[in-house]
Design a protein around this ligand. Sequence first.
Ligand code: ATP
Length: 603
Amino acid sequence: MLLKKSKDQKHATGSKVKKGWRLIKRFYQDYVAPFKGKTFTIWVLHVLFAVALIAPPFLFKELIDKGIARKNLHLVFCIAAVIIGVFVFVAFVDKLRSFWGHVIAQKITYNLRNDLYSHLQKLSFRFYDNIKIGELLSRIIDDLNVVQEVIYHGPENIITNGCMIVFTGVMVFYLNWKLALATLLIMPAIGVCSYIISMRMFEGAREVRKKKASLASRVEDNLSGMRIIQSFVRESYEMQRFDRENRGHYNSRIKVIAPMSWLFPLSILILGISLTIAISYGGYQVIEGTMTIGTLTAFIMYLQRFMWPLIAISMVSERVMRFLAGIERFFKYMDIHPDIKDAPDAITLKEVKGDIQFKDVWFKYDKEVILKGINFHIHPGETVALVGPSGAGKTTITRLIPRFYEPYRGKILLDGIDIRKIKLRSLRANIGIVMQDDYLFSDTLLNNIAYGRLDASKEEVIEAAKQANVHQFAKEFPEGYNTQLGERGVKVSEGQAQRISIARAILKDPPILILDEATSSVDSETELLIQEALEKLMKNKTCIVIAHRLSTILRANRIFFIENGQIVEEGTHEELLKKSGRYAHFYNLQFNPNSKIILKQRL
Ligand code: ATP
């Protein structure tokens, strides 16, 4: 049993090491190899730095034994000058390796961030449905900070300290092998202590990262929902939830601090013991006349240069593991393949007429089937209103047209072409979407509208703004179209925000328009202005409107009444009312003032 366990453990460690090597190899090939010349030069500088630091103790030995002891002042000054020269060289090498090493590390991290961001942009709505943005942010920023730190300090630590240990080890044995043996007996203790401490710190650091990520996601969630928290007076409830996360983070930090606080006291103790052995036994040899005072001085200097690198290098495993954990998560995100992407033979659309067909479309987000065999054909220039109870699947239908999600059965055709055979950029460029709560960026009003078409001239933007009835309020803004909107700028009302997003769509001027009509009530004058803007926007376009207003429904060429993921009725308003079916019932409840009065009386 024991044998089996240890075999299993060996196997697990073996596969972890293999995995670690695979990650490092991939990281090297993808990100370090482009800078291999510079990286190699920096590694050579690390070696030079260590070599140069070996010289001073030996020079001090010569200075004491041959200069001071023999009262040769000329030699004292000469050796002192050489020592200064060596330190100037050390400082110069250190400056070079530090500057270029950090620059390369920054460049590699810059590339990592760019690649990750570019990849995240390709991932579909489904990925973002299942991810906590706060957690993702914390992972990207924290993990990549660790990676960046290790890219420079990892090799620096291993190469410089490795060289120092080898060179100073050789020197102490060269100077006095008996003294070297006596003082270095304590060495294994340093190795074992530092290794145990670094492992504890690594375990703790993993916990810290997890807790930090969940704290970040709680903060993100709460700050985004602060208005709801305050309106439901849930501050103390949320404070408790926040405190739980914060405490978890605090406790995890303490777990790292505990082993860390042992590191230096233990190192100082061990160094103190070995220095005492060196001074006592070395002093004895000096008194006996078997060793010079200069050799003892040099020996003690080498001993210190041996101990500190030994402590530092035994901590390297912790850094390497943190680095591996960081790049593992980085590659985990990079390896998520976008579930919606261009087919190899995808085409770019030229002239789009706006003919949309759903053929037996079935869709689910998770397990539950949301759309159950949707069939329809919308002709170019037609306006179709999607009407139905909440949660029926209206928004979902509209999300499938720009391929934000993919149906698991059936197909969708645009101008007779399967949308999976159209390049995503081309498909989406031909569809304008105006949602109830379209996002306004923290940018100028001008740029917010120009988002619809980045190459539009200022005149075109203003023309779109005029058509969307934005111009009236834009003129009132302190800096007109250059007024900053959003967090650090002017706050716009709901009605104004809707008109800005309509202006965006007018500027884009796509042949197909998807419109989620606002449910929120605005005053009747604003309502009129929005209606007017929408009418201009919808002209000569194929429009699919998730309709909440009677006026839109009446103006639509056809109405699809959606219930429980199916189109249960289809026709014009009059036709459907005549039918006295589900739509008529819904209409009476929703829009007919008489039936509302009757309903109230019944209640
Ligand atoms: P409403 O009029 O209230 O906006 P709707 O008819 O537009 O409703 P959809 O938004 O299409 O309805 O939602 C249909 C169903 O799909 C609902 O049960 C909803 O909970 C579910 N749903 C919507 N979006 C997602 C998502 N991103 N992940 C999982 N389920 C979702």
